[in-house]
Design a protein around this ligand. Structure first.
Ligand code: SAM
Length: 210
């Protein structure tokens, strides 16, 4: 099986077993960044959207969102959630294996929130491509795990996470970007069985200069 097939298989299996309400709430860090760093809604690209908590929240705040995932089961739930919320005209689910293909166009906001996978994919290249999809004046948001939650597939493993500065450097942005956020805040997270833990995120918010 190719890695493309592996991503679809792994994540379809994941979502087919998952409570369809898990991940339907927006990530607090995404909400805070969008509220603080944007002045008006525009077009948004949500990479690895999962059950669409972020995509639907953005749409309810006026954004026109392309919501991308490799798992059709997740995308079907995003579409259903958008219909139920009355924003299906502003949420466009799109299936891509981002290691293989990427949506066309440029967007005022490109977000990759916890775009992690146990499948071996060229993640840094995907995030570099994500930066290229940001329109002038637009924002790139990357939020990633910087600690292992007890319910993570990495629990018990000795994982070394990059620092925020290392994650920023790995994007190879070049000139024409302003760093709005590059830090590693802690937050309280809730696991699938309701477990509570303090975790750390790497948070990058980068504005493409007009
Ligand atoms: C850890 S989940 C995060 C989901 C969501 N962004 C959130 O914050 O809850 C990672 C997501 O990336 C998606 N994904 C993983 N590999 C992918 C790939 N190669 N192409 C597109 N999506 C992928 C998964 O299906 C999953 O929905």
């Amino acid at each position: 099986m190719t890695n493309a097939g592996k991503s679809a298989t792994f994540w379809e299996n994941h979502y087919s077993r998952l409570d369809d309400q898990w991940g339907t709430r927006p990530n607090a860090v995404l909400k805070d960044l969008v509220t603080a760093l944007t002045t008006a809604p525009g077009t948004a690209l949500d990479l690895g959207c999962g059950h669409g908590g972020d995509a639907i929240w953005l749409a309810t705040h006026g954004w026109d969102v392309t919501a991308v995932d490799v798992a059709q089961t997740a995308l079907d739930r995003v579409a259903a959630g958008a219909r139920a919320t009355g924003v299906s005209d502003r949420v466009h689910p799109a299936r891509h294996d981002l290691a293989e293909s990427f949506p066309e166009g440029q967007f005022d906001l490109v977000s990759a929130a916890y775009f992690h996978t146990p499948v071996d994919i060229p993640r840094a290249l995907v995030l570099h491509r994500a930066a290229q999809a940001v329109a002038p004046g637009g924002l790139l948001i990357v939020v990633e795990h910087a600690s292992v939650a007890p319910w993570s597939w990495q629990a018990g493993q000795d994982v070394r996470f990059p620092t925020p500065a290392e994650s920023l450097a790995a994007l190879h942005l070049g000139d024409g970007w302003q760093t709005e956020r590059c830090h590693a805040p802690q937050r309280t997270a809730t696991g699938p069985q309701g477990q509570i833990a303090t975790v750390t995120d790497n948070v990058l918010a980068l504005r493409r200069t007009p």
